[in-house]
Design a protein around this ligand. Sequence first.
Ligand SMILES: Nc1ncnc2c1ncn2[C@@H]1O[C@H](COP(=O)(O)OP(=O)(O)O)[C@@H](O)[C@H]1O
Ligand SMILES: [Mg+2]
Length: 703
Amino acid sequence: MPSKKQIDAKSEAGNTQWQNNATRKTTSINGVGLWHSWTRNFKSPILAILDLLDNAFDAGFSKSDPTFKSKIHISEDKWYDDTLSYDQERVTGIIIANNSAEPICDILSILEVYKSTKSDSESIGENGVGLKQGCATISDLSFVLIRSKKQMSIGLIAKDLQHEEGAFLPSYPLNQGNVREELKRIFMVEDPEVGKSAAAYGFGDLNVAIDRLNTHIEDMCNSSIWNDEKHVFRLIMDKIIYSNVKDLSQDNMNEFDLYKRPVVGLMREIKAALPSQYIHIPKHFDVKIGLEKVYFNYWQCRLVDLSVFHVKIDPDNSIIVSDDWKDPMLGYNVRIFLGFDPIRFVDSEDPNSTETKALSLNLYSRQSGRLIRHDPDGRSALGLFAGGSTFCQGLTVIVDDFAGQLPLNPTKQDLAFSNHANGQVHEKNLYLWLNAIVGGYYKYVVDQHFKGRKGDLSKGVKKRAKSTETLFRQRCDPKFKIKSLAEAHYTSYTNAELPFRRWADKVICCQHMMTNARIEGDDSRSLVKVEQKQTRNIVVRVGNKRIERAQQEAVETEIVDKQEIITPTEDKQEIITPTEDKQDIITPTEISTSNGSIRSSRKKQPTVHFTYTDLEPITSSIPALPSRRNKKNGKNWQMLAEKFEKNAKRLKTKVEKMTQEAESLKAKAKKLQAQYTESQEDYLEMVTYKNEEITNLWKLMDK
Ligand SMILES: Nc1ncnc2c1ncn2[C@@H]1O[C@H](COP(=O)(O)OP(=O)(O)O)[C@@H](O)[C@H]1O
Ligand SMILES: [Mg+2]
């Protein structure tokens, strides 16, 4: 309810002669149209907020001081109305407050339309319009407050200051001596039309608006959080435009709840979205929503068998034809992280959930690692087989363009290859690599850990859900520590060279090269279980022929949770380490021996079948000396290997012979073709000659 003081002020404001300041700086662009276009550029309000936060993150990255402690606080803007005897606190909007490592540009150039002060590829801003269109999407009235190099200034991004004759984003330097008086002079004398807009912040009462702005400025200058900061930026967005408020109760709503509801709804959405929207926000950045700190450790707490590939993308030359396709001279580096998301996998089984098990593609770019594109089913985008359950085990792909070389659209909602020279080649190169890496990784995991069975991979992923959920719950505990994506040591496949080759206009992955290139990561939580020794009776067959029966010690793949936790030196007991329910991890025996036999994944001849019986774990840790029987088995294996080797040699000679034959047949065919062409020409000549003769004969007969 507006107070009496407010109502009086409203009428006072109404009596004031609002006039245009003739000297004000406007653009020749139609301001009404420009505002309208700003409000339609973002697909959703959260994307507008993210664009505003990009500026705050950019300001936190310092070139000279990598340890600069960036502060970004998103909070409710409250009005403490002391004229009311009840419930004095009113939520009216959202504040984004941050410090800056470098001096902040002067407000005049910041509010200049289409002028960016950033020129490097690392920062996320580049079009010089994010701040204005972000504010216009969220609110009809925003204030920009800056304290930098001891100078205070204020700017307005207001809908009702835009006219067809021009766009108007006024800004003013402030003398810190008496801010209240200064604001009065600006809003009442110097530029009353701006004052009229500003009065909306005081619910029609300009004095209330000035008081509220003065409180913000005091906080920026004198509060314990901000007073030590050299450069401080604050955005106040009043009366938020946000209609996606779902489950807030309608009961007991008063006039002010109308403003509070969108604020609470939007803040909730920001809180849920933010951790997965950025992947490279350093741990020392102090990012808060309300009073809660935001932890940017989303994927490393969620994905199992987290692996990384390092590739260089050529933006200009097609990798299908270029000689240096694996290491292009003018290419740029990207990291591709892959892993399986057990939480998503299990959630997708809930009929009410919108989650899917399909391969999800997440494309991040720039220094802050901002999410640019999220494809819940990226199989067709990556040109991968999209049928059945292939790639449907919660596989998650993270493309990390940390060098900031991918072209983004102005609102950072997708890639914009078409705006760039050679954009098509650039795009194709990126997707060829993604196709090879994602397809190769998936097949490698299925074949190596699950003997080629997708169903077993699904079971494996599902089994990891409980422990992953526990880890994911812990990630926001201040005592919980985990390495960042960039610092961690995940399993990689780039030992000497990338395990890929080119084949028929594609890049394909070679499994044996993958095995050679594999570097086990210390920080990858694996999909299958701990080192296990088991004694097995094995029946070996080649083709259909049973040739051997032997007892063998089989050592399963070593699969332990190697998640490295950084433990601070002081109070070790205080640190939370990611707990793991060991029973959660799937064992290869659970998967593969269910039908009593494991089939080699290679389908080509000769096929070897192993039949396991008698599975007993060995309890002694000292390895037993080889028995006579085992020695004999060893000999048999050796003989078998020699036999295979001989066979391979024979086949090789055969192939060489056949290749020679093919070559000579090719040459013969070429010769015959030439002879044929020659004779054909002769015959055609003869036919022409004969036709002429016939024509002449007819002519003679006619005569
Ligand atoms: N939160 C902020 N902290 C510090 N400086 C900011 C902030 N927001 C905007 N700026 C400054 O305002 C300029 C304009 O921002 P914007 O319109 O988003 O364009 P861009 O990000 O493309 O440069 C930025 O280049 C930056 O200098
Ligand atoms: Mg920007």
